[in-house]
Structures are given as C-alpha cells and as structure tokens.
Ligand binder design. Structure first.
Ligand code: KIV
Length: 269
C-alpha cells in the first residue's frame, strides 16, 4: 500500500504522482488494477454522486461512508479524504471529524484554506493525522469567490498564496493541493518545499503530481468542462476501457504529456 513516505520518495526521485477522485468500490478496484498512486475521496461527490450544484451540502457521514467503500476495494492507492464544508471551523470539530474519516480508512485528511488553519494543522499532525491543504480555487468558498475562476493571477496574489503555503507547511502540512492557479506558480511552490509533495489540478505540469475528478476524465461531465480536464476515455475501446483510461492517465502524468499547455493557465507573474 502506498504511504506518505512513498509519496515523499516519488517527489525526491522526480517521479510524478497520479491521483484521481473516487467514491465507490468498483472504481476503486479498477484504480488499484491500474496502479493509480493516490485516491481522493473528494467532497466533489456532492455534485458527481449526489447531484447538488456545489460541495456545501456534503456531510462528514457521507465522506466516511464513501471512504470505507473505497478502502475495502483498494489496498494499493494512498487514500486522502476531504473534511467537508464547516466540519473544521473549530479545533474540536476538526479533531472529531478527522477521527471519523481516518477510522473509515483514510490515510490523510484534506482541508481548504491557508495560514488561518495553522493551529488545526499542528494539532491534527500531533495527533497522528497527516494533513493536506488545498489552496488556490477552493470550492467550499465558491460564494466568496463568486464562481469557479483562476486564482492568484497577479504577483501580489501569488506571493500571498506562497505565504499561506509556508505557514501551513511550517505547522506540519504534509501535502499541498493547488487548484486553478498559473502554471508558473505551481512550479514555484513545488520547488519551494523539497519534502512536501504538491499535487495540482489546473496548476501546470511542473507540480509533483496531478489530480482529476474521475467523472471529468471519463467524459461523464455534462455541461461546461474545465480547461484543465482531458478526456482519457475517448482513446479507449472494449471491455477494459475504463481501466485502460486510468492506466493511460497514470502514464500521461508520469511522462508529463498531461497536462499539456492547453490544459494549463499561462500567466506571467
Ligand atoms: O473534492 C474534490 O474532488 C477536490 C478536487 C477537485 C481536487 O477537491
């Protein structure tokens, strides 16, 4: 089973990390067979599984339910689970809810935020719970951003995001996830932290790994598809098509043919 130490080693070796969202046992098994490095039980399940128009209605019980289904079917991939909207607003909530998803089978919890989460990161880490911090476009704050848009487009905003990364890493964050930021910023942040893998989604090819929502990369997203998505199912045929799409994604992340420039945001900072 892939552990946090493996992910750190992959970064040290320059071997890119493949990550996909997953919410159920059959997909989790297919990802195990395709040797996907890491699985995110994302609160995107509010949209992809539950049919809501945001991640806000998702509960801790939902996250635990899907985490246990994925863990039972997949003994290979590193599993991280989102703490959903308002489930880490206080230290006590963060501790108790992180415990619930870790006991369901997660190896790490993910929270959206920045410097203001430092104390929570420190306490969770001290209690044996590895933490990933999601920065850039953070979907739980969609109503603050006023939509799903590119973040950190100016040098000033990029420097603020870097300061947030430094604060949470200093507090003990073991992984960073950057969403929808200029490719140059993805590279700068990955280079800044030699011991902390940086996973990107719409953050360019030079982060230490990539994550996609599984429905997006299988072509199951109806309506507007984000710029950073590639449909890996289009190139497949036959009864193993879904597993082959996962394998093709894993290979494309490794050889850095994904994300291509057309999946990234090129902004000079
Ligand atoms: O919830 C989720 O699926 C995520 C990804 C978009 C990174 O956070």
């Amino acid at each position: 089973m892939i552990s946090l130490s493996h992910l750190r080693k992959f970064k040290e070796q320059g071997r890119k990390i493949s990550c996909l969202t997953c919410y159920d046992a059959s997909m989790a098994k297919a990802m195990e067979l395709a040797e996907i490095d890491s699985i995110l039980i994302g609160d995107s399940l509010g949209m992809t599984i539950q049919g809501h128009d945001s991640t806000l209605p998702v509960t801790v019980a939902d996250m635990a339910y899907h985490t246990s289904a994925v863990r039972r079917a997949n003994q290979h991939s590193f599993i991280m689970t989102d703490l959903p909207f308002m489930s880490y607003a206080t230290l006590n909530d963060a501790l108790s809810n992180a415990r619930t998803v870790m006991q369901a089978g997660a190896q790490m919890v993910k929270m959206e935020g920045g410097e203001w989460l430092s104390e929570i990161v420190q306490v969770l880490t001290r209690n044996g719970i590895p933490v990933c911090i999601h920065l850039g476009l953070t979907p739980q704050s969609v109503h603050v951003f006023g939509g799903y848009k590119l973040q950190a487009k100016t040098r000033e905003a990029a420097d603020q995001l870097i300061a947030d990364c430094k604060a949470v890493v200093e507090a003990g964050a073991a992984l960073l996830l950057l969403e929808c930021v200029p490719a140059q910023l993805g590279k700068e942040i990955a280079e800044l932290f030699p011991n902390v893998p940086v996973i990107g989604i719409g953050a360019g090819v030079e982060t230490d790994g990539q994550v996609l929502v599984v429905q997006d990369m299988l072509g199951l997203t109806f309506g507007k598809v984000a710029r950073f998505v590639r449909n890996f199912m289009k190139e497949q045929a036959g009864e193993t098509a879904i597993m082959d799409a996962f394998k093709a994604y894993h290979v494309a992340v490794q050889d850095q043919s994904f994300p291509a420039p057309e999946h990234s945001f090129q902004v000079e900072l």
